[in-house]
Design a protein around this ligand. Structure first.
Ligand code: ARG
Length: 461
């Protein structure tokens, strides 16, 4: 118990039950390197304030270097008796430089400003890693779009055939959504670029320390403008959890399509053997487990966000121990995405698309009916009537079990006199695609431009 950082006014150590509840070292140990970096910066701040001599600073920094090396090699580890990573690392420092010097480092800082700073440092690093992994997935989607540029597919709304689109256009839609997630991580970083170190427990320090210098050393542009906000706010964690959840949700939407596309009924794509799984009983099975795990894990990262928000709700300022609960949800979201994204990108990169099958289905289900209506509009028919005439064509075809492109000139004029034989020019997938040529449309010329734009953005990302 005497190793705890707060035992002096207590006559007994904590009960085993309290110690078991209170301990966070089994999950906050992953912050050890950041804690040591904070300690180095803090030692320099103490030195500048005249609270450590030159020789003491040197010895302290050497001790911290040794501690860092021992943490990395595993020679120093936290024990169950250490409440948290801060306690363990103070013990480690004192073991290396002795209590006289080691006991000086805690002056002017609190675990409250430490943990608030370390959480930001860790997540800023992880956000960069995750942004890179999302970019890899975007690249895989872009490569597939480029490789299958000419493939048309049934575009869907309500999962029903709607209008033909290019597969490339569809894949790029996902690339744009993921691009906004990367942008969100960047925006988030800008708001998280503020160091609480120096806020102390909540009110700052009497010791004349320089929080701005500590902030700069730890990679922040500035220190917290308000020590209460610095130690009590966790919106950085909640917002990170939101972006992680959004990435999970965006992945789950791609995943659902991969699951559908690889069914026997769709046959739009086949999974590579290295990114599919089998069945222990059914020898023929090839299952889209990566996509299903992505869909499932989206629920998990959404849960991390909602759990954290519930923890923060109505917490009074400043620090409360509830805030210790901020770490496991964001750590879990980090771990989940860093294991999921590479598998997901590999699945997409190796997916074999069946372009002929997609193209064959593209005009089916009367997906060119809008083209008929818009052709009539160009012949000066009011859209309201054009919609009815095209609808009548669909009904006519449905009764005869044929497609719109099967209609003869006689069929057309029987449906409506305004359906001149020229309408058949728009009853092709390529005609339909080419005519949707406004910015953002699925016409190949526009999608080609879009692809170039996205490639440019990705290269800069
Ligand atoms: N382990 C705590 C956390 O994660 C930091 C320590 C603050 N503890 C305290 N009793 N003030 O938030």
């Amino acid at each position: 118990p005497s190793q705890l950082l707060w035992s002096s006014r207590f006559s007994s150590g904590p009960s085993d039950a309290l110690a078991a509840l209170s301990a966070s070292v089994h999950f906050d140990w992953r912050l050890a390197t950041y804690d040591i970096a904070g300690s180095r910066a803090h030692a320099r701040a103490l030195h500048r304030a005249g609270l450590l001599t030159d020789a003491e600073l040197d010895a302290m920094l050497q001790g911290l270097d040794k501690l860092q090396a021992d943490v990395e090699s595993g020679a120093f580890t936290a024990t169950v008796a250490d409440e948290d990573c801060h306690t363990a690392l103070e013990r480690g420092l004192i073991e290396r430089v002795g209590p006289q010097l080691g006991g000086r480092l805690r002056a002017g800082r609190s675990r409250n400003d430490q943990i608030a700073t370390l959480g930001r440092m860790y997540l800023r690093d992880q956000a960069r890693v995750i942004a890179g992994l999302v970019t890899d997935l975007q690249q895989a989607l872009v490569d597939q779009a480029e490789a299958h540029f000419d493939v048309a597919m049934p575009g869907r709304t309500h999962l029903q055939h709607a209008q033909p689109v290019l597969l490339a256009h569809h894949l790029l839609a996902h690339v744009h959504a993921l691009g906004r997630d990367v942008e969100r991580l960047r925006d988030w970083d800008r708001r998280t670029d503020s160091s609480p170190y120096g806020s102390g427990a909540l009110a700052g320090s009497t010791l004349g320390l320089d929080p701005q210098a500590v902030a700069a050393e730890l990679g922040f542009s500035a220190s917290a403008a308000n020590s209460i906000d610095g130690t009590a706010s966790r919106d950085f964690a909640a917002e990170f959890a939101f972006v992680a959840a959004m990435i999970g949700v965006d992945l789950s939407r791609i995943a659902e399509e991969v699951i559908l596309w690889t069914t026997r009924e769709f046959r739009f794509a086949t999974l590579d053997d290295a990114y599919a799984t089998g069945s222990s009983i059914m020898p023929q099975k090839k299952n889209p487990d990566i996509a299903e795990l992505a869909r499932g894990k989206a629920g998990r990262v959404i849960g991390n966000l909602t759990g954290l928000l519930a923890t923060l709700k109505a917490l009074p300022l400043a620090y409360n121990r509830d805030l210790q609960e901020d770490k496991e949800p964001v750590f879990d979201s980090v771990d989940t995405l860093t294991v999921l994204l590479p598998a997901f990108a590999g699945m997409i990169a190796t997916l074999a698309f069946h372009g002929e099958r997609m193209a064959e289905l593209a005009p089916q289900g009367f997906s060119l009916a809008t083209d008929v209506a818009e052709w009539l509009v160009k012949q000066r028919v009011p859209f309201r009537e054009a919609h009815e005439i095209a609808g009548a064509s669909v009904r006519y075809c449905e009764q005869r079990a044929i497609e719109l492109s099967d209609l003869t000139d006689q069929d057309l004029s029987a449906i409506d006199a305004r359906l001149a034989p020229e309408v058949k020019q728009v009853l092709t997938v390529s005609g339909s695609l080419a005519s949707r040529d406004g910015r953002g449309g699925t016409a190949p010329v526009r999608v080609r431009e879009q692809l170039a734009e996205v490639q440019h953005l990705l290269a800069a990302q």
